[in-house]
Design a protein around this ligand. Structure first.
Ligand SMILES: CCC1=C(C)/C(=C/C2=NC(=C\c3[nH]c(/C=C4\NC(=O)[C@H](C)[C@H]4CC)c(C)c3CCC(=O)O)/C(CCC(=O)O)=C2C)NC1=O
Length: 184
């Protein structure tokens, strides 16, 4: 598990070089942008259960077969496992966003997940769709541009200092993309 700092050290050490120049510049901006990053992590974490349930409700509406006999979330046990998985994935994405590095997500959540899903018959396409709905929700929360939720439910606005969070939003988007790539 690496963060933006340890990753820089590991890269420098593998080349036998000092940390300097552009590497230090990028860590400097990591620090100066730190409050924004913490707001972004908070935007993801404090809306997590709403985000997960909205995404799972979304895939169930789009694919009614999921809740029919034999479907991916047919039975309370499977629905509970699915909601739990959505929450686990979102939690590791929030850790990656905090660290500014995807390794915690890759090592502790995605490693072997595709194989687990295929062994259990968990539908990868529907899982990817749920992850992409969560991505849209989290990006809206980070940019504070969220207006209306699924079926007209109102999302709350975050109480933060206004500013440009587009690069954090796209970084966070890349972690969701890594999940979709890993299970796809
Ligand atoms: C380290 C982090 C970690 C991850 C990532 C994890 C995932 C994970 N999801 C599982 C099951 C599952 N995951 C789902 C998820 C879904 N089914 C659908 O149709 C939907 C599309 C989708 C929700 C979006 C379901 C239904 C099961 C149970 C499958 C079964 O037992 O038949 C299992 C098998 C064991 C269990 O049921 O608990 C694991 C290990 N566990 C972990 O500890």
């Amino acid at each position: 598990m690496l963060d933006a700092f340890s990753k820089t050290v590991a890269a420098a050490d593998s080349k036998g070089g000092f940390v300097g120049g552009s590497e230090l510049e990028s860590l400097k901006s990591f620090i100066t942008e730190g409050n924004k990053r913490l707001d972004a992590v908070n935007a993801v974490a404090s809306n997590a259960s709403c985000c997960v349930t909205d995404a799972i409700a979304g895939i169930c509406c789009e694919s009614p077969g999921l809740t029919s006999p034999g479907g991916g979330v047919y039975s309370n046990r499977k629905m509970a496992a699915c909601l739990r998985d959505g929450e686990i994935i979102l939690r590791y994405i929030s850790y990656a966003l905090l660290a500014g590095d995807a390794s915690v997500l890759q090592d502790r959540c995605l490693n072997g997940l595709k194989e687990t899903y295929s062994a259990l018959g968990v539908p990868a396409g529907s899982t990817s769709r749920a992850v992409s709905i969560m991505k849209a929700i989290c990006i809206a929360h980070i940019n504070n541009t969220n207006t209306e939720g699924f079926a007209g439910s109102k999302f709350r606005k975050m109480d933060v200092t206004p500013g440009d969070c587009s690069s954090l939003a796209s970084e966070c988007g890349s972690y969701f993309d890594a999940v979709i790539e890993a299970i796809g």
